[in-house]
Design a protein around this ligand. Structure first.
Ligand code: ZN
Length: 233
């Protein structure tokens, strides 16, 4: 399942020349879906394929409903001028952790988690925590976290030769959309809309093709390893 962030009333980050995150990530998601479908190996679903608002709970609900095997959320960040908007660039891969890997990632998750607030939806934290409890839940969570880490490593390996990664390409934070026990999930920040070079690239079909090809290669690598593992020695 490909999850283009934001949409509709929630535009997400905005670049200096008014490119909207919601449009950038939808275009990238569509290209990724096209390439994945072309392999003939995947049943590709999207949480949205047009400019509509989808709440974080709805995204999680769609993932659970379809029982997906992998969940890839696509975003594009923006930094204020004083935090290095001119120099900080490149793609970052985020996995879930309650404690963020660093302060920027924590703020990042806070910003992305506020998506529902933009649309005026009341967020009840931990409302469905009671439904699934206990050891089994923890085990599932741990297994899913391991697979998410596997996949994020594959992403770093495949994106590195494309020279599109940020200096610290793997970070973690408490992103709500990654709180899934059934499916390994990662959130890819494709680049920084606040950086002039990234802004130009992010809006280029050639760049989208290149990045989608690298993500497709990572997805292939991830599933071939899992399939090999399931078959046993
Ligand atoms: Zn976003």
């Amino acid at each position: 399942m490909i999850d283009p962030g934001h949409g509709g009333i929630d535009g997400g980050a905005v670049s200096p020349s008014n490119l909207l995150e919601k449009d950038i990530v939808l275009a990238a998601a569509k290209e990724l879906a096209r390439q994945l479908t072309a392999t003939g190996r995947y049943d590709v679903r999207m949480t949205r394929d047009s400019d509509v608002f989808v709440s974080l709970d709805q995204r999680l609900g769609l993932s659970a409903k379809h029982g997906v095997d992998l969940f890839v959320s696509l975003h594009a960040d923006s930094l204020p001028e004083q935090e290095g908007a001119q120099v900080v660039r490149g793609a970052t891969i985020y996995t879930l952790s309650e404690r963020a890997s660093d302060e920027r990632s924590r703020l990042m998750a806070e910003k992305e988690n506020a998506s529902d607030l933009v649309a005026g939806i009341n967020v009840v934290e931990g409302a469905d925590d009671d439904a699934v409890k206990g050891i089994l839940f923890d085990l599932m969570k741990r297994e899913t976290a391991n697979f998410s880490a596997d996949f994020s490593n594959a992403l770093v390996r495949k994106l590195k030769p494309a020279k599109v990664l940020a200096r610290t390409p793997h970070r973690s934070a408490a992103f709500k959309v990654l709180k899934q026990t059934h499916a390994p999930s990662v959130l890819v920040e494709l680049g920084y809309l606040s950086n002039p070079e990234d802004e130009k690239l992010l809006n280029t079909p050639a760049w989208r093709k290149k990045v989608a090809a690298a993500i497709t290669a990572a997805i292939d690598a991830y599933f071939s390893k899992r399939t090999a593992g399931a078959a046993g020695p």
